[in-house]
Design a protein around this ligand. Structure first.
Ligand code: ZN
Length: 274
């Protein structure tokens, strides 16, 4: 599943091909993604110029200008989505559900499991209900231990579940919640509201550093990520706890444990994470 670092690498990969270009049309294959692709999208978007490509949580935002009106495309990669930049004449293959036509080139959404999304917001894109409810952006300076501490008071739920609540911090998925809690030495079952300020600071720092490390690892694969003909370009990394149940902790050698929280797998070291 594409997590925040893959989404950001994707954004960086497509940005040079989109910004400043005029949208010449769209091709919709399968309209039924996580939410249906709007039926009037072609009429709304054709002829508009792409002003910028940004990211909020795991959403890629394509701000468009035209007719003196603002508006934007909101893309989500879901469970299995990927975006590629291709020659404008390239034929869609199986699971290629959406093309944004850009004259000589096109940007294609490939999504076998169809949990991705292509949405349109007229006016200020940040006002879309999916975006308006998002919490702090983890890689921005505004996301601090102090903010995390304030946001988690009164939260009785396990800290792992609170980290994956996009209303608190945007786009920290299962892998990075597991890894960050390990690096901060915090048990994933600890009640979020009982973490001290110092532990929230350690956790915020761990979230930033694990995401940045993943970005650095993915940066080297940026070319492949956007141009590859292969199915998925998600990059592999060496994890400390994620997917390592029963294997020795890289820090202390204790066997990593696995449990279920909110229908997702949690991995942790019982010795390192108190
Ligand atoms: Zn350990």
């Amino acid at each position: 599943m594409p997590e925040l670092p893959e989404v950001e690498i994707t954004r960086r990969g497509i940005e040079p091909y989109l910004t400043g270009n005029v949208i010449t049309g769209v091709r919709v294959g399968e309209r039924k993604l996580r939410w249906p692709i709007p039926r009037n999208l072609a009429a709304r978007i054709t002829g508009r110029r792409i002003a910028r490509v940004t990211r909020r949580g795991k959403y890629i935002l394509i701000d468009c200008e035209g007719d003196g009106k603002a508006g934007g495309l909101i893309l989500h990669l879901g469970m299995s989505g990927s975006l590629r930049i291709l020659d404008g004449k390239s034929e869609p293959q199986r699971h290629d559900h959406f093309d944004l036509l850009l004259g000589k080139r096109l940007m294609r959404l490939h999504d076998p499991r169809r949990f991705g999304a292509v949405l349109w917001q007229e006016g200020d894109i940040a006002r879309h209900p999916l975006l308006a409810r998002l919490g702090a952006e983890p890689l921005e300076d505004a996301f601090t231990g102090r903010l995390l501490h304030a946001a988690t008071r009164k939260r009785k739920a396990a800290v792992k579940l609170v980290l994956m609540d996009a209303g608190v911090v945007a786009g920290v998925g299962n892998i990075y919640a597991n890894e960050s809690l390990f690096h901060a030495g915090i048990n994933p079952r600890a009640a979020a509201g009982r973490l001290s300020l110092a532990r929230c600071e350690a956790l915020a720092a761990a979230i930033k550093s694990t995401l940045k490390k993943a970005l650095a690892a993915g940066g080297s694969s940026l070319r492949d990520f956007v141009h590859s003909d292969g199915t998925s370009g998600y990059f592999q990394q060496q994890y400390y706890v994620y997917g390592r149940a029963g294997l020795p902790c890289r820090n202390c050698g204790t066997a990593i444990r696995q449990l279920r929280q909110g229908q997702r797998s949690t991995f942790y070291c019982p010795a390192c994470q108190k």
